[in-house]
Design a protein around this ligand. Structure first.
Ligand code: ADP
Length: 617
């Protein structure tokens, strides 16, 4: 919710909701530039104070002109000079404070972004899933910007807003303490009214957040389900929950606004400059007509009086910005505190490419093991297929090999070296992966393919693109291999997958983890992908996450995973003969969807045969 202190309505950020001292994360992040920020704050305070001086000088001049003798005219020049000098000082100090805060903030942002980039580069790959990348984007872009607003703008604004009224009030007290107290009345009334408007704000804010959450989840459901509902002629049904959630929110919010409308509107009105001026003029006129003060003494009240209460209305959004900055600092600190992949104290290079998993257990949350005591060997040049029900841990097990996560117990070795001891660049030269969720860079096709071998020639890139069956599609793009992806040009899921196969072909890692694509609407695209995979598989050690058993019939070893542990392993025929879990899975899939590949061997559905034989058709 954007706060709107100048208009009626509940404002969670208004004064009275309470300003807290910055929590440690904010202070810790600002530590490197604390000195400069403090100096900027000091300069801004001087600027704010100096900014009040011309008003004081003008009121003194008014006093002299109305009450003094003509000879006093000469005495005005020092006041004029003081006003000009103070005005210039205010300008100079304000500019210097702004510049200093911006320079400090710029250095802070640079240092913070560098720290984040270094840290993110050392996070386990498994942290950079969809959720993880959202978190990273939020920290690097949005949160660092929120900190910029706080350090470069809000801090100085607050200093100015709070300093000037203090000096103005102090001066007014020396002129006439009674009218000075009247000038404070709107501020006191405003604070009380805001407090009343904000009573119960915490509970209301919680409900506000919950109501917004309901809208957001109903919106996601609406967007995701609308096609299904419409295709069954039930378009209205799709938006019922969404409309319900928005109506619920509208009812809640109008109830909240109604309950606080009077006090919040009154709070805004009572500190409005026109209202304060009116009050001071009326009371001042009474005091002047009763000879309690002179007309000239009223002038400073008319000049400075509104400044005493006015900042209250402007403090609200600044408090909101402080809270946003605090929340950003907490998130940035949490990301910076996320454990990175530990550096090995005994770096080891693998000898050969035999993969061995021994007693491997893994847990995402430190409580439930999703893998338990897995032993597995991948002999060089063989295809091993992981099968099992959804959620049995296939993807998790495969993700251990490119070190997306480290095992909780046991070990994974490549060529006799524990993965944790193999330097990252050495590991990724040896272990490649092609996953379903292909990430393409916002870069040219060539650069996307060359990711694993930036020094590859154009001929090599093209050869791999041909083998991955993506070359023709690339040539149809506006600039061929130079086409920038991710902007105006995007590739379909199947095309992106073929491009990632070309990338893996070029990187030429001897061990490969392959998450077999589940389904492509377009059989032509699927056939092309299977062709690409066949090219990729030739001569490599392959670990395939198989979603359809028909494609891995001739794998060298099929490993059945259930509930995080291996329950069966062997070749297709052996497992069928054993009449165990695999045989039942096989039957279930066959009866659910007769596989055309069974009838016509060698068609696109028969990828595993192709994979094994290294056919590139
Ligand atoms: P499969 O590939 O066989 O479908 P997964 O390896 O994806 O199985 O999942 C195994 C279990 O681990 C499931 O219970 C799943 O909910 C859980 N899981 C998978 N990924 C994550 C993750 N990033 N964080 C927490 N739990 C996860």
């Amino acid at each position: 919710m954007t706060s709107n202190p100048s208009g009626p309505g509940p404002d969670p950020a208004a004064p009275g909701a309470g300003t807290q001292a910055p929590p440690p994360p904010l202070r810790a992040l600002a530590a490197p530039v604390r000195g400069r920020l403090a100096l900027a704050v000091g300069l801004q305070a001087v600027a704010a104070l100096a900014g009040v001086v011309p008003f004081i000088a003008v009121s003194r001049i008014a006093d002299r002109l109305t009450g003094g003798s003509p000879a006093d005219g000469d005495a005005l020049w020092p006041l004029v000079t003081a006003a000009c000098a103070a005005g210039l000082l205010a300008l100079a100090c304000g500019t210097a404070a702004g510049a200093l805060a911006h320079v400090a903030d710029n250095d802070l942002q640079l240092a913070l972004r560098r720290r984040l980039a270094r840290h993110i580069g050392r996070l386990p790959l498994g942290r950079l899933t969809d959720r993880g990348t959202g978190e990273v984007k939020q920290a690097v872009r949005d949160d660092v910007s929120a900190l910029h607003t706080l350090f470069a703008h809000t801090l100085l604004d607050l200093v100015a807003l709070l300093t000037a009224p203090v000096l103005a009030l102090g001066y007014l007290l020396t002129v006439d303490w009674r009218l000075a107290l009247v000038a404070v009345l709107p501020l006191a009334a405003g604070v009380l009214l805001f407090r009343r408007a904000m009573s119960g704000a915490a509970a209301q804010m919680a409900e506000f957040g919950a109501a917004l959450g309901r809208i957001s989840s109903a919106a996601v459901e609406f967007a995701a389900g609308i096609a299904v509902f419409k295709s069954f002629g039930r378009g209205r049904k799709a938006h019922e929950r969404f409309v319900g959630a928005t109506e619920g929110f509208a009812d809640f919010f109008s109830g909240w606004v109604r309950a606080t409308l009077v006090s919040s509107t009154a709070a805004v009105l009572v500190v409005a400059p026109a209202v304060v001026l009116l009050l001071l003029t009326v009371v001042g006129a009474v005091l002047v007509t009763h000879d309690h003060m002179t007309g000239a003494e009223l002038v400073p009240f008319l000049l400075l009086g509104p400044a005493v209460a006015a900042p209250m209305g402007a403090v609200g959004p600044r408090v909101q910005q402080i809270r946003a900055g605090q929340a950003a600092a907490v998130r940035v600190t949490a990301l910076l505190d996320t454990p990175t992949v530990p550096e090995s104290t005994t770096p080891t290079l693998p000898e050969g490419h035999h993969v061995s998993m021994r007693g491997v257990s893994f847990s995402y949350d430190g409580r439930t093991d999703v893998l338990r005591g897995v032993d597995l060997d991948l002999t060089p040049g063989t295809v091993t297929a992981l099968v099992g029900p959804s959620g049995s841990g296939k993807s998790t097990l495969a993700s251990l090999l490119p070190r997306f996560h480290d095992v909780t117990k046991g070990s994974v070795t490549l060529g006799g070296a524990d993965l944790r001891d193999i330097p990252a660049t050495e590991l990724y030269r040896r272990v490649g992966f092609v996953l379903q969720d292909v990430r393409l860079l916002r870069a040219s096709v060539t650069d996307n393919i060359r990711l694993g071998r930036p020094d590859a020639t154009h001929e090599e890139v093209e050869r791999c693109a041909r083998a991955a069956r993506i070359h023709d599609r690339v040539m149809a793009l506006p600039d061929g291999y130079a086409t920038e992806l991710g902007g105006a040009v995007t590739l379909s899921g199947g095309e992106a997958q073929r491009l990632s196969i070309a990338r893996a072909l070029l990187a030429d890692a001897p061990v490969l983890v392959l998450d077999e694509a589940t389904a492509y609407a377009d059989p032509h695209s699927e056939a092309l992908i299977q062709d690409g995979l066949s090219a990729l598989a030739a001569g490599r050690t392959l670990l395939v996450i198989a979603h359809r058993l028909s494609t891995i019939r001739s794998a060298d070893r099929i490993v059945v995973l259930e509930d995080g542990h291996v329950t069966e392993q062997g070749r297709h025929d052996e497992l069928l003969a054993a009449q165990g879990r695999y045989a039942r899975l096989w039957e279930a899939q066959r009866s659910a969807r007769p596989d055309p590949a069974d009838a016509v061997p060698g068609t696109a559905g028969h990828a595993a045969d192709d994979i094994r034989e290294g056919s590139t058709r």
